[in-house]
Write a protein of this length. Sequence first.
Length: 499
Amino acid sequence: MQELTHYIGGEHVKGTSGRFADVFNPATGEVQAKVPLANGEEMAKAVAIAAKAQPAWAAVNPQRRARVMMAFVGLLNRDMDKLAEALSREHGKTLPDAKGDVIRGLEVVEYCIGAPQMLKGDFTDSAGPGIDMYSMKQALGVTAGITPFNFPAMIPMWMFAPAIVCGNAFILKPSERDPSVPLMLAELMEEAGLPKGILQVVNGDKEAVDAILYDDTIQSVGFVGSTPIAEYIYGTGCAQGKRVQCFGGAKNHMIIMPDADMDQAADALVGAGYGAAGERCMAISVAVAVGDDTADRLLDKLVPKVEALKVGPYTSGNDVDYGPVVTAAAKANIERLVQTGIDQGAKLVVDGRNFSLQGYEDGFFVGAHLFDNVTKDMDIYKTEIFGPVLSTIRAKDYEEALGLAMDHEYGNGTAIFTRDGDTARDFANRINIGMVGINVPIPVPLAYHTFGGWKKSMFGDLNQHGPDAFKFYTRTKTITSRWPSGIKEGGEFSIPVME
Ligand code: NAD
């Protein structure tokens, strides 16, 4: 059995806490490795190394720091297949989807190559007699990030690339479900020229997270994961005086208007609802059809597509639409919620309950499920299922459909399918959700825009990547300077006012 490590001070380091978690191959259900779960002492060691290494890294000019990112992009491309294979083996997603996971992270690394421009400060010449005023963006120091299982390459890169290019040291606490790719990324960053100790990976669970939250040296914490943990980390981190941004769960609605192209809408729902087995924070999990006739026309197209979905291990290559879910516990939770949906009166129009794959009977596969006649009081509507389960709600008109999405506690992403520009524009303006698609089912913004939800999907002020990341990972300092030739004799007792 493979024993994974931490990556501390540029070395693979064995865990010393004596605690481990199992890492599964979700396709076979086998335990393929064990990952060490760090204690406070191990975290403190990484923090001390980071604090020692960071000032010299912050003093490296931004262009040279950007060159490390440039080299890293080359290495990601070189090792793309290897990274995707390791990712699929622990997560279960298909190989093309695993490559997408790496590529969407790589795009943020590419954006970070623009750091010399992004980090330029402001300067006012002669703000007063002999006085100049300038501001600069300085690194925070030691920063940390805690990431979820569902994007083990993309989300760590969304955090560590901007943090590091801004001159910070970064400690990554990845998900204990799929820690291999984060470890590989740390090695690649050093191969790209990053000094040791600037990017470290400390594996663990709540104990390691609490060690981050209560460490006085760590200046900022980024988190992506489920909403209850996001709320805990935001509350605790802020109370400890840290800068914190936390991104939580989702229940993304797609509204289908009567004038929508039903073929397009059905195709969009199949990809956005079932891709990655529904384990995406931007997955569509609720289809809101406006009017019974729209719902009937939509389901006529959708049902055969859902029934035809191919589910299997990543080793089947392009023949598979989605793979297993991440753990047996995740599978059991999805099955429990499906049963709740049936018990509470929703109509199961595609029943994936008896799905089984020959040769992979112990894998964590879940068949595709499609519900009709879901109502807003049902648990399957209120809860994030995070599995291949799509709920259809029938709304009587546009206002009711809009109200459903607005009233839901989550506000990560949403979409509307329509041919009417007025409706699309009204939706984009009024909806209280952070990322909106118009005839686009998964509106994940590109690296040079920012990513973030509203309501219970996000806690904090600044989004991920894009210009917000450079704000999150720097502090502004403003200097007012007067050289002796401009200084008048005698003290000044009233508040300085520029003449
Ligand atoms: P999770 O909340 O279980 O775990 C996320 C991280 O928190 C992991 O590193 C885990 O080790 C740590 N953690 C777990 N329990 C903890 C505890 N009690 N105290 C402290 N830390 C703890 O989430 P997950 O299952 O890995 O990921 C799926 C969730 O992430 C979904 O809810 C999904 O919507 C969300 N997600 C959100 C976004 C977004 O940008 N909004 C993106 C991806 C995933």
